[in-house]
Write a protein that binds this ligand. Structure first.
Ligand code: HEC
Length: 290
């Protein structure tokens, strides 16, 4: 064997691929060192070939494949397994179960099937349909009317029926519309049902005066037929007023008011002129049968 040339590098250290600085491995290693990658730097020192040589392409640590293989080994493979349930998940599940049980316990009405049924319409009206009072005599009507007058009419016409003429509220005591020439059941029913507006001449023993600065509101929605009959019979037979001499035969009856309401329907206030066109003998249509 020839004496080895000292200028030649020892054969065992020489990689197959020249490492004169521009081989792929050298470039790669230099690049990795530049990036200061600890893995790569470590890899750089590993010699998996005892004789110090790297066999390019055979999986040595310096080969691209070798580095790649080591790199892949650095990271543990993710995998499925039986891991303990996180504590907070157990708490949330437990709380939901408890809430569900509580909700069922309080809102199921013992799981009865009839809780969503409509109330039976036939079974209930026994109490609701108490018969409406049907006052017949003057005294019965007056008793109902007295209470209604106090809360419905007295504010304007005053408890003693004198009204407030200066403010446009006419008197009822002695009024010709209640006890005089203009007084008819049909007219009176309409004044209270629909209200009264416009000029109206009111004659009382104290004098004559024309009103019209105020309007009287309608009471059709507020008072029932028998209540209007009651309040009118009351004002026609109180104070000095004595319009119904026969106590058994009041002139303004529930039937009169009901007939007026049925004939007129919903309408505006009446005027005195309209009322005067209703003759004193004006006959309302017969009351509808109950
Ligand atoms: C908000 C005030 C007010 C209320 C409440 C009121 N009235 Fe009148 N009433 C008047 C006014 C105002 C007139 C005159 C309207 C006009 O000038 O056109 C009048 C006129 C009358 C008339 C005809 C004129 C007369 O003096 O006789 C009668 C009858 C009457 N009201 C009865 C009643 C009865 C019964 C009630 C209760 C159910 C009642 N009023 C509630 C204000 C009211």
């Amino acid at each position: 064997m020839n004496t080895p040339n000292p200028n030649e590098s020892p054969k065992t250290d020489a990689p197959v691929v020249p490492t004169s600085g521009d081989s792929v491995q050298d470039l790669h290693r230099a690049h990795m060192a530049q990036m200061n990658d600890p893995v790569m730097l470590t890899v750089d020192g590993v010699e998996d070939n005892p004789d110090g040589g790297d066999d390019a392409g055979a999986g040595g640590s310096d080969s691209v494949q070798g580095m790649h293989g080591m790199l892949m080994r650095e990271q543990a493979e993710p995998r499925d397994g039986f891991e303990p349930v996180p504590f907070w998940v157990a708490i949330v599940c437990g709380a939901l179960l408890m809430w569900g049980g509580f909700y069922l316990g309080t809102n199921t009405a013992d799981f009865r099937a009839d809780v969503f049924d409509e109330p039976n319409p036939v079974a209930t009206p026994v109490l609701a349909a108490a018969p409406e009072p049907d006052p017949q005599t003057v005294d019965e009507l007056k008793r109902i009317g007295e209470a209604k007058y106090a809360v419905t009419c007295a504010a304007c016409h005053q408890p003693d029926g004198t009204g407030k003429p200066a403010e446009g509220f006419p008197p009822l005591a002695g009024s010709n519309w209640l006890v005089g020439d203009k007084a008819t059941p049909a007219r009176l029913a309409r004044i209270v049902l629909h209200g009264l507006k416009g000029p109206v001449e009111v004659v009382t023993p104290a004098g004559t005066r024309t009103y019209g600065t105020q309007a009287m509101p309608a009471h059709a929605g507020q008072l029932k037929d028998y209540e209007i009959a009651g309040v009118l019979t009351y004002v026609r037979n109180t104070w000095s007023n004595k319009a119904d001499p026969d106590k058994a035969k009041p002139a303004v009856t529930t039937a009169v008011v009901r007939a007026a309401r049925a004939k007129d329907g919903k309408r505006d206030s009446v005027t005195a002129d309209e009322l005067l066109k209703l003759a004193p003998t004006y006959a309302d249509p017969p009351a509808p049968k109950k």
